[in-house]
Ligand binder design. Structure first.
Ligand SMILES: N[C@@H](CCC(=O)N[C@@H](CS)C(=O)NCC(=O)O)C(=O)O
Length: 237
């Protein structure tokens, strides 16, 4: 079998958030060379014209692979697209059997369209919003709770979300680790707790979750008003 090798590092445009961690975990799991390029989203680095050429939605994560499909460099934004790109390139964590692949796609898109965005809104209204609006908080906390229930049921009798360990697990893990601040009691969802432990025991997952930023780049979004201003008041440019 022809093995894909990576000679030049894949450039990861990164900030340590759940979406950033999906890709740092995947790159660690693949064991391919990569370099980390911090994009400080609280300081507005995501609006730099150079970054916008690879990530026009002004969000991390993004990658630049100097060794794209035709031998030329390629950039990819949107964490789901990046996970699929890397999985297909290295033929790992994404089954080739069409039925098994559909299962992974279902749960990957479930994470991208639901589990990520809804949990993000939950956290926004419960933690960051200057006014605490009970209707908004309840709406997203309830939806979060519902989604945890769906995931918990899917993990009943399964070690991983969609068959073998896959990019669907990598996409979902980092968001689920924020359960406490999402108002979730993990004791209600024992299959998720066991699955988290299973994944966190993987050395590559532990390394991926620990990819740091330089010390002076750290940010506490709950208290940093300047960063909140950059992130929460965006309109079309
Ligand atoms: N759907 C996107 C979401 C990415 C996203 O929300 N990234 C956040 C950090 S977790 C970001 O870069 N925010 C910067 C901004 O909104 O300006 C993906 O999955 O890649």
């Amino acid at each position: 079998m022809l093995m894909t090798t990576q000679t030049q590092p894949i450039q990861l445009y990164y900030f340590p958030t759940p979406n950033g961690h999906k890709i740092s975990i995947m790159l660690e799991e693949l064991g391919v060379p990569y370099s980390v390029h911090p994009v400080h989203i609280g300081k507005g680095d995501q609006f730099h014209p150079d970054f916008l050429t690879i990530s026009p939605n002004n969000k991390i994560p993004a990658i630049l692979d100097p060794e794209g499909p035709d031998g030329k460099s390629i950039s990819v934004f949107e964490s789901g697209a990046i996970l699929k790109y890397l999985a297909e390139k290295f033929d790992k964590f994404y089954p080739t059997d069409p039925r098994a692949r559909v299962k992974v796609d279902e749960w990957l898109f479930w994470q991208m369209g639901g589990f990520g965005p809804m949990l993000g809104q939950n956290h926004h209204f419960a933690v960051y919003a200057p006014e605490k609006i009970p209707y908004a908080i309840d709406r997203y906390r309830n939806e979060t709770h519902r989604l945890y229930g769906v995931l918990n049921r899917q993990l009943e009798g399964r070690d991983y979300i969609a068959g073998e360990y896959s990019i669907a697990d990598m996409a979902t893990l980092s968001w689920s680790l924020g359960w406490e601040r999402q108002g979730i009691d993990l004791a209600e969802f024992p299959n998720i707790a066991a699955w988290q432990d299973r994944l966190k025991a993987r050395p590559a997952v532990a390394r991926g979750l620990a990819v740091p930023l330089p010390e002076d780049e750290k940010m506490d979004l709950a208290t940093d008003k300047d960063a909140q201003n950059v992130l929460f008041n965006q309109r079309a440019r």
